[in-house]
Design a protein around this ligand. Structure first.
Ligand SMILES: Nc1nc2c(ncn2[C@@H]2O[C@H](COP(=O)(O)OP(=O)(O)OP(=O)(O)O)[C@@H](O)[C@H]2O)c(=O)[nH]1
Ligand SMILES: [Mg+2]
Length: 333
């Protein structure tokens, strides 16, 4: 079997510098590929172009896994990520990762009740933060007490899978280091890690969305999208046909006096613009939105819309958005 890079799982090779897994070293000596070495030691941001491997990941897991922990961070809880979670047919737990970014005003119990109702999730749901080391021990206890000897850590790219495994390794005094970064597709293939005599944990490459909101070499935007600390929801009041412009990615215009609360990384540029001001060069989508709904923008987060309205949206691809019942609707909580 080919030797794999310890950081990303790509087969190590020293013939093609343009291909994944390249090392200038002798293959017998190399532990990490050059890309991982540069990310780990120099924090270098690197574009990785992977073909769509969502089916490969799903097939492998449904065939081989005995237990799956599926990570989704708060901003990426949406129909597409949850459908992928539901397509996993082996016993599984949903981990809402990056607990440290969830606005302090939102109770965990509320999120769980809402997830059960909106997406009919029947599996166990837990919250976790690697950054703040919250509930990482819970995961270990769960593995040990349920006698789970092998589990896969799965989820969309950037959910924090490899970071979590690195944390678990440090708790088990295992000096393995997986490559982590905020740039999509850091992990390339499955990587087996023996945490202890009894537990093997398997990192996996991330699923990717079917549609893209940004280019994978737009490092400035990628950095703005990924929250480093808890999100502060910001409310904008709009009058007739006032638009909210988020970076140059999306323009949202309700047709009435409304109240829009943004659950997005606070580093993003948001501006209020008027009818005559900047139009984006994207198609117009018009949706009828009920009272208290969320407009989900995949890979960015969501916007709570207080009053029923006709919503005009300009975005590069209509499949990047979804309307769902709000997390905050009192009748539903
Ligand atoms: N705020 C916060 N950020 C985190 C946490 N865990 C990981 N991150 C950040 O999320 C980004 C992605 O982390 P990775 O561990 O590389 O994510 P991954 O799921 O392995 O991504 P792929 O390998 O691309 O599938 C990095 O910038 C991490 O620093 C966390 O608990 N809180
Ligand atoms: Mg990874």
């Amino acid at each position: 079997m080919n030797k794999k890079c310890l950081g990303c799982g790509a087969p190590i090779q020293n013939t093609n510098p343009e291909d994944l897994g390249y090392t200038p070293k002798d293959i017998t000596e190399a532990k990490y590929c050059e890309r991982c070495y540069k990310i780990i030691h120099y924090n270098q941001k690197t574009v990785t172009n992977l073909p769509n491997i969502n089916n490969y990941i799903l097939k492998t897991i449904n065939k081989k896994a005995k237990y799956v922990y599926f990570l989704i961070d708060f901003l990426n809880l949406n129909e597409e990520t949850i459908n992928t979670f539901q397509s996993i047919k082996v016993p599984k737990t949903l981990i809402i990762s990056k607990l440290d970014i969830i606005p302090k005003s939102i109770k965990k119990e509320k999120i769980i009740t809402w997830l059960n109702k909106t997406y009919q999730i029947k599996d166990n749901i837990i919250f976790q933060s690697t950054k703040k080391n919250l509930y990482t021990k819970y995961l270990i206890n769960n593995l040990e007490s349920s006698n789970i000897k092998e589990c896969y850590i799965v989820g969309y790219t950037n959910a924090g899978k490899s970071s979590l495994i690195n944390k678990l390794c440090s708790l088990y005094n295992n000096d393995n280091i997986l490559t982590t970064s905020e740039v999509p597709n850091t992990t390339i293939d499955f990587i087996n890690i023996k945490l202890s005599d009894n537990i093997t944990i398997i990192d996996s490459p991330g699923f990717t969305y079917n549609n893209y909101l940004f280019r994978n070499d737009d490092f400035t935007l990628i950095n703005k999208i990924n929250p480093k600390k808890f999100i502060k929801p910001i409310t904008y009041q709009t009058v007739n046909n006032t638009s909210l412009l988020i970076e140059n990615l999306i323009r949202i215009t309700p047709n009435n006096k409304n109240s829009l609360t943004l659950y997005l990384n606070n580093n993003l540029n948001i501006s209020r613009v008027f009818d005559y001001a900047k139009e984006l060069n994207y198609p117009n989508i018009t949706l009828n939105v009920a009272d208290d709904s969320d407009l989900v923008i995949k890979s960015l987060g969501f916007i709570n819309i207080k009053k029923a309205c006709q919503l005009n949206i300009q975005i590069s691809d209509k499949n990047l958005i979804e309307i769902r019942p709000s997390l905050f609707n009192k009748e539903r909580s």
